[in-house]
Ligand binder design. Sequence first.
Ligand SMILES: Nc1ncnc2c1ncn2[C@@H]1O[C@H](COP(=O)(O)OP(=O)(O)OP(=O)(O)O)[C@@H](O)[C@H]1O
Length: 267
Amino acid sequence: MSIATVLATRSRLPSPVPAGVEVRRHGVEFDSVTKRFATGTLALDNVSLVAAPGEFVTVVGPSGCGKSTLLRLAAGLSEPTAGTVRMGGARLGYVFQEATLLPWRSVRANVELTGELRGVPRAVRRRKAQEAIDLVGLTGFEKQLPGQLSGGMRMRVSIARAFAGDPDLMLFDEPFGALDEITRLTMQVELQRIVAQSGVTGLFITHSVSEAVYLSTRVVVMSARPGRIVAEIDVPFAYPRPPELRYEQSFTDITAAVSTALEGGHR
Ligand SMILES: Nc1ncnc2c1ncn2[C@@H]1O[C@H](COP(=O)(O)OP(=O)(O)OP(=O)(O)O)[C@@H](O)[C@H]1O
């Protein structure tokens, strides 16, 4: 199947794409990827996976099954032992479980950091930073320091910093894992809005089945180590997704399918 066909069938964006939303050109593709570490640990075994431009793909799997390894390969921080990872020169944005902000810098200065490190002219990076701050709902908090913000707000800054770099592909490594339940649910609602609004492609790691289903166009289920893909489940709901979607039968049917695949791959 060509990447254009995958996009046409799986894009989360309505057709025609709304005015002002530009679908990014790049996704990521893992072709028969195996990763064995120098210690002998086989972390990933023959994994093939596509996140086509405009898709938001979430990977769920038991602890230690190789999810972070998969993201490190996508980021080019590690090389496969066998197989190929293709991203066609995508500009990457990362969001980790910890917000990793510089405590002495204001919200704005933290968000501008990516542009600063890339040598983007001051006026341009300030404009990009403001757009990203507005996108994540932090308008008015530009001058605050990270220590003055809640955990959820710090995560918003971290997401804004990634978006200010104008990414094609966003990599998320359990970004909401350290948040309390209510903040986590709010951040899920925010993230699917932000992602749909920005047209970015996403690869997202989580332990939470309902988070995976609520956010994504497709959920990829991995087995216990060595990580293999045991199921791929499409999530057909249009964006933006209302929070109440989580209580609908069609939603719980999909979470049940993901959980069943997860339990099967864990045995
Ligand atoms: N640099 C490394 N050297 C050796 N082994 C490693 C290395 N990085 C990860 N591993 C091992 O590879 C396996 C997969 O690790 P990884 O962190 O990708 O799993 P994970 O699914 O993200 O786990 P968790 O859900 O607990 O965060 C684990 O057994 C881990 O100990």
